[in-house]
Design a protein around this ligand. Structure first.
Ligand SMILES: C[S@@+](CC[C@H](N)C(=O)[O-])C[C@H]1O[C@@H](n2cnc3c(N)ncnc32)[C@H](O)[C@@H]1O
Length: 250
């Protein structure tokens, strides 16, 4: 289920993607909400699938994870993650590969995948990714992801204050194409995603032997509220573009 084109698509963005860590949305809403969904990870083993430039791999080590492995099919993204590992020495091992083939890297306590499921190109691919996560987990281990909110705003500029636009024909068709465009990147980032319904996500998780499935809306941290003000966050929290989706391997 390896898709070499994924690597090509992200190759140009490794350097600038790392800079996105400083965006208020990532720093003050996404990351704290994700850590809160993970709960106590002290000493746990984590596989961060679709690690990109390693933002969450580094965040998880610094939040107390025992071992963290980053997995990504993009050589360009991994090159940036590895370069940062050489200077920041968090003890993260980075591996080239696809979430669908992650079983060889387990068993771990937690598999994370932030903005990876939207890159599934078919329902079969979505299931294969979930099966890969399950294969890498110990029984009872958790899969914690950020998925695209299937009910994201119809107005493409709704997310302009947060640095991106989401273009979609809104036909309601399962897996319909969505284009995320961000002018904050150089070159501007333009990636194709798919909109999968809640049901499609849940079916894929259940078919991969996950239960205890939860959806959580992300919320800004106290620091984010103080720094940016509640008005800044209001449109996003009203209609977030992404939701935290978790499952437990039965
Ligand atoms: C939007 S980036 C997110 C990177 C990182 N998780 C973060 O939040 O900073 C999506 C990443 O998913 C990776 N990806 C896409 N399809 C994947 C797959 N099938 N398995 C693992 N990673 C994949 C891409 O190469 C890219 O690095």
């Amino acid at each position: 289920m390896n898709n070499p084109k994924i690597g090509d698509r992200f190759a140009a963005y490794g350097e600038t993607y790392a800079q996105s860590e400083q965006l208020p949305l990532r720093k003050h809403l996404e990351a704290p909400s994700f850590l809160s969904a993970l709960g106590d990870i002290d000493g746990l083993s984590v596989l961060d699938a679709g690690c990109g430039s390693g933002f969450y791999a580094r965040t998880l080590v610094r939040a107390g994870a025992g071992t963290v492995t980053g997995l990504d099919p993009s050589e360009g993204m991994l090159a940036v993650a590895e370069q940062l590992e050489r200077t920041e020495t968090d003890g993260i091992a980075y591996v080239l590969g696809d979430l669908a083939d992650a079983g060889r890297l387990g068993p771990v306590d937690i598999v994370t995948a932030v903005y990876v499921l939207p890159y599934a190109t078919s329902l079969e691919h979505l299931e294969a990714m979930c099966r890969g996560a399950a294969a890498a987990l110990r029984p009872g281990g958790r899969f914690v992801t950020f998925a695209v909110n299937p009910e994201f705003a119809r107005d493409p500029d709704w997310y302009a204050p947060y640095g991106f636009a989401l273009h979609c024909a809104h036909t309601g068709q399962e897996g319909e194409p969505v284009t995320l465009v961000s002018e904050l990147f150089d070159p501007p980032l333009e990636v194709g995603l798919r909109r999968w319904s809640r049901q499609a996500h849940e079916n894929a998780l259940r078919s991969a032997a996950f239960d205890d499935i939860t959806w959580t809306r992300p919320t800004p941290s106290a620091a984010g509220l103080a720094e940016m003000g509640p008005e800044f966050w209001a449109p996003y929290t009203e209609v977030p573009h992404a939701l935290i989706l978790t499952g437990r391997r039965s």
